[in-house]
Design a protein around this ligand. Sequence first.
Ligand SMILES: NC(=O)c1ccc[n+]([C@@H]2O[C@H](COP(=O)([O-])OP(=O)(O)OC[C@H]3O[C@@H](n4cnc5c(N)ncnc54)[C@H](OP(=O)(O)O)[C@@H]3O)[C@@H](O)[C@H]2O)c1
Length: 343
Amino acid sequence: MKHYKLAFLGFGNVGQALARLLIRKQEEIKDKYAITFSAAAIATGSRGRAIDPDGIDLNAALKLLDGGQPLDSLSTVPAPQDNLAFLKACGADVLFENTPVSYTDGQPALDHLMTALQLGMHAFTANKGPVVHGFRQLKALAEEKGKKFFFESTVMDGAPVFGLFRDTLPAAQVNAIHGVLNSTTNLILTRMEDGETFDQAVAYAQSIGIAETDPGGDIDGWDAAVKISALITVLMDTPFTPDRVDRRGIREITPEQIAAAQADGKRWKLVCSAVKEDGKILASVAPKQVTSRSLMYTIDGTTSIVTIRSDVLGDLSLVETDPGPHTTAYGLLADFLNAARAD
Ligand SMILES: NC(=O)c1ccc[n+]([C@@H]2O[C@H](COP(=O)([O-])OP(=O)(O)OC[C@H]3O[C@@H](n4cnc5c(N)ncnc54)[C@H](OP(=O)(O)O)[C@@H]3O)[C@@H](O)[C@H]2O)c1
């Protein structure tokens, strides 16, 4: 039986969904994979933090947060406010890093992950920032330390995009990637097809917790740009940052344009593309009209799709229907189990 002490840095929608999934799967993981785990540490930004070397009760942590209480009462030893000191103090074997994304430099998540690997932890994240701003250095450090840096949930939540190529498609060269990778904008465009204005559709996306209070990251194409950059960085083995993506969002799409496309048998989609030609990579995020011959045409609401063209398989597509924090949590759990099974 292998035992792992887990640390959670960032314990919001994703961190809490992961905690619920770990609780639900605990016995199954023990029986099937001979792996047990305990929560050694949990840190939030403003809702407290706790370290307990003997294991924090995850149900108790969830209950405190549900009741609007901070986590500090669960700590049996001092829990430093500084995140790097917190990681050093917590004695965990695994870090789940789920703090908010920074499109511009991947910080502070990049430092959190580097520190965890330096300390000999496996490091897993749903945060796209460190992948586009630090993939090579994180991967090199993980290899040096004999640990894993996995990030399956960063693109298409729990769908196995990165693991598919890493573990099952050796020697495949990726030449092109196309897809609809941002759920919020696809939901907005779908609802505009049903007659809502742009503002009504944004308000709906906010009301169900899909869009942020400031939805600019989605609407202006930043989230899509960082996702296509992550795919290029990892699957095309070429460091690529979102500022290099030719990016346009969906702010200027009008109800009239939506209706005209529909009348023409087409649909507007925020399409992400990356194409490698003569060793150069051209990447874009832009609203495009797609016809019914495209798989993207069939993607409604929050569903997403990616089609990856390689020199060995031609076009291979993955569709993920209605993702959310629960599927993101599964990607993180899969990262953990894939790493632990290889230990
Ligand atoms: N939501 C999804 O389905 C989804 C899907 C794919 C990827 N992701 C990525 O997953 C990550 C987490 O997303 P989320 O939806 O869980 O966000 P969230 O609900 O806003 O949670 C973020 C967590 O990080 C904490 N935090 C913020 N700054 C911190 C700091 N400096 N040190 C320690 N903790 C800090 C927050 O604490 P306070 O609230 O107390 O400040 C909160 O616990 C993001 O990078 C996001 O892009 C999310």
